[in-house]
Design a protein around this ligand. Structure first.
Ligand code: KIV
Ligand code: NA
Length: 265
């Protein structure tokens, strides 16, 4: 199996081939995604929400992210594995950020990192990239800043924020990012930004004009009951399917239908 690399990803944009990315947090799910042929597995800090039940991505730690990252790396034979640096590990001193970045790369075997923000973190991005670590940017709705935004609604609808996003995208490209996630912004803006960059954009709630798409795997598989924003396409209802299977198991145990003669020694 041929490994997807940051080079492959850039080639895909050049060739007009769309990039398919999903989040993954554990070995078993990552194996399924990898076998199915996903291009990129993002060990997102959305692990804070879907794995740990936190309300925001703010509380997850570097150690917790590294636990998830190492598990995904062990499963991924084909996909590029990108890991989110969690809140607080890269917004301050760029040498601290580099230390966190190096730890993730050395201790988990990840292939690349992702960070949220534009010009504010440009020096940090440069420093990490200069150390030889590929970095993906993330603009628009950046959930680590949720307490600043105060809401999870669409970003950059106003001209000032849209213009900042456009220049931020350029800054990230100049800093050496190999791609940028665009989250929850108008499709028209995402299309413009995508056309203005040599590096690929990966959209979530950012329309069809992006070079690729990403979804939280629990959301697209219907594991996250009650979460149905407009941008989400739910490909399965695993919440229901698993609930039915578990209900069936409970009934079988209670009625002594499980195990049967062939299921015992
Ligand atoms: O953490 C995450 O899942 C993400 C994607 C939504 C892009 O950052
Ligand atoms: Na994230």
């Amino acid at each position: 199996i041929k490994r997807v690399t940051t080079h492959t990803i850039r080639q895909m944009k050049a060739n007009g081939e769309k990039i398919a990315m999903l989040t993954g947090y554990d070995y078993s799910m990552a194996r399924i995604l990898d076998d199915a042929g996903i291009d990129i597995i993002l060990v997102g800090d959305s692990a804070a929400n879907v794995m740990a039940g936190y309300e925001t991505t703010v509380p997850i730690t570097l150690e917790e992210m590294m636990f998830h990252a190492a598990a995904v790396v062990r499963a991924a034979k084909h996909a590029l594995v990108v890991v989110d640096l969690p809140f607080g590990t890269y917004q301050g001193d760029s040498s601290d950020a580099l230390k966190a970045a190096v730890r993730v790369m050395k201790e988990t075997g990840a292939h690349a990192l992702k960070v949220e923000g534009g010009i504010e973190i440009q020096d940090t991005v440069k420093r990490i990239v200069n150390a030889g670590i590929p970095v993906m940017g993330h603009l628009g709705l950046t959930p680590q800043s949720i307490y600043k935004f105060g809401t999870y609604t669409v970003r950059a609808k106003e001209e000032a924020e849209a213009n900042k996003l456009k220049t931020d995208a350029k800054y990230l490209q100049d800093a050496g990012c190999f791609g940028i996630v665009l989250e929850k912004i108008p499709a028209q803006l995402a299309t413009e930004v995508t056309a203005s960059l040599a590096i690929p954009t990966i959209g979530i709630g950012a329309g069809a004009g992006c070079d690729g798409q990403v979804l939280v795997v629990h959301d697209m598989l219907g594991l996250n009951k009650g979460f149905k924003p407009k941008f989400l396409r739910q490909y399965l209802n695993l919440y229901e399917a698993i609930g039915e299977a578990v209900g069936h198991y409970i009934r079988d145990v209670k009625s002594s239908a499980f195990p049967n003669e062939n299921e015992q020694y």
